[in-house]
Design a protein around this ligand. Sequence first.
Ligand code: SAH
Length: 384
Amino acid sequence: MSTVKIYLKKGKEKKIKHFYPWVFRDEILKVEGEGIIATLLDYKGNFLAKGTYSSHSRIAFRVLTYREEDINTNFFIERLKKSLLLREGIASNAFRAVFSESDLLSGLIVDKYDQGLVIQVRSYPMEVLKEIYLPALVEVFKPRFIYERSDFKGRLAEGLKEFKGLLYGELKNPVLIEENGIKFLVDVEKGLKTGFYLDQRDNRLYIAESVERGQKVLDLFTHTGGFAVYAAKKGAKVWAVDINADVLEIARENAKLNGVEVEFIAANAFEFLENTDQSYDLIIADPPAIAKTKKEKESILWAVWKLAYKAFKKLNPLGRLFICTCTYQISAEELTRQVRLAASDAGKRIFVRSLRGQPKDHPYVPFFPESWYLKCLDVQLYPF
Ligand code: SAH
């Protein structure tokens, strides 16, 4: 594969030396040659990094390595093995094996579900490099299947069409996984994202550890029953709501698989909260959130306030609200502010039991602030 040389404008080398992994088009001084694999140099021609180049993308260069090494199947084999080292000790046979920039493989997501892999390709270069890294995935994971779930709109900005399909091996869908001793069926073909919200694993365990037998728990935006099944396993009485009746079918099977009872309700979470005549000891709210524009961000902040306000009105004394946002555009401070405003508007005094993030298979890299996207706030009502 031919290599491109990219010279950065004077001063722009600093961000790369500070381990920020992206170069924008207007930071480039000149480009020599053509290709997908690029060597990044400062304005004097000193080596900075190797990575991928896409001439038409806003993010022109993405770092793959800070060393002068060849980018080939062997490079991917070594990188995948090292990324796996970071995932040792996870109490599940399902985890994110590659998380894009956090594993210095910008544009590639690899989720491992038992013996199979589900990948998502988010950049043009990673689409072209498939022929190099697919053999590496086969070599390192020896998977039964590799299925691609690149069916999301963001691909258009990279000049790629939406795609999903089997790339390798044989898929028996749904896939059974086991996380912290709890079984889940994952529909990798039709489920949301790659089929399961792996990023809430530690938070589901945290909830299970803090829920007491007999407590009333409401899991809003339950998807395939993640938090609900954990809480029910601990002996809580659980109601779980999702607007999508299809995901609730799998959620019901998941409850059965674990020998627990959960009352699943197909409804809009906001309307359910408004109309329920129950009150709860714990309300979990894990809404979907994508904010690309300022307006979308405002509407998520408003939704967080609304959810929290309605939830506070339905909490028992000493009750808790566990509320999450999953987009990096909303900071932990902003989430906390919305919850604080909702509590005071509802006339409730609260304290923060815990502010939580994402698990180690979705590494938050401080050099790349965009990588901290999941924030969950656990707040409790004061008894005085
Ligand atoms: N907590 C879940 C993941 C939540 S994903 C887990 O641990 O697996 C977000 C879910 O919210 C999706 O299943 C989606 O169908 C649902 N959803 C989106 N809008 C909704 C709404 N207005 N009311 C209820 N559910 C909604």
